[in-house]
Design a protein around this ligand. Structure first.
Ligand code: DGI
Ligand code: FE
Ligand code: FE
Length: 189
């Protein structure tokens, strides 16, 4: 499947606004890949597919998490988290993606995790800073773009945790692990 075929395939599964967001993530991820020596084609595929099941049926996602023996704790957290691991599953079994870096970038794009690879960080950050995203503080994140991928990832995960805490929502452990990993690394420098 080439780029346009893949874009057409995901477009039918989401509202136009989400498709435009996906195009923004794609452009941003390709740019970050060129800056941080990542394979641009992998960034492109991961970005196109990252929200592929964002609007999938919630019961079906729940069942997929159970059937595929994904982390059962996912079901105890916000359903918004489910589209990331289930998206990786669909990328593999419907779109035939076999590259583990691409699959992990989709799988962890919402929460992040400890010891993320370059492509995982790129998709995680591109998802937050793509040009169509609007939330307080997004411009500060975009400026950090200049200070290296770890600095940007750390700021993005911080923002995401702060947002959840502010809303009195639970934080999935991978997000905390992501934050701890990057903060500890920074202190060791
Ligand atoms: O799918 P997008 O809207 O492009 O962005 P996303 O995949 O980062 O999803 C963000 C949503 O996930 C946002 O509404 C907050 C929610 N969320 C719920 N629990 C957690 C969480 N996000 C993170 N990072 N960690 C959580 O534990
Ligand atoms: Fe998402
Ligand atoms: Fe997204």
């Amino acid at each position: 499947m080439n780029r346009d075929e893949m874009l057409n395939a995901i477009r039918t599964r989401m509202p136009e606004k989400r498709y435009v967001h996906t195009l923004g993530v794609m452009d941003t991820a390709i740019r970050l890949a060129s800056v941080y020596d990542e394979v641009e084609k992998d960034a492109e595929i991961a970005a196109i597919l990252h929200d592929v099941v964002k609007y999938a049926d919630r019961d079906w996602m729940k069942q997929t998490i159970i059937d595929q023996q994904m982390d059962p704790n996912l079901l105890l957290f916000h359903h918004e988290l489910w589209h990331a691991p289930v998206g990786a599953y669909v990328a593999q079994y419907e779109f035939g993606v076999t590259n583990q870096n691409v699959l992990n970038a989709i799988r962890y794009h919402t929460t992040g995790r400890a010891h993320m690879g370059t492509l995982e960080k790129i998709i995680f950050c591109a998802d937050m800073i793509e040009p169509n995203r609007q939330f307080p503080g997004v411009d500060e994140l975009r400026q950090h773009d200049e200070q290296g991928l770890d600095a940007l990832t750390k700021l993005c995960v911080k923002r995401s945790i702060q947002y959840l805490v502010q809303k009195n929502q639970p934080v999935y452990p991978d997000s905390i692990h992501c934050y701890n990993d990057l903060v500890t690394r920074k202190e060791n420098e």
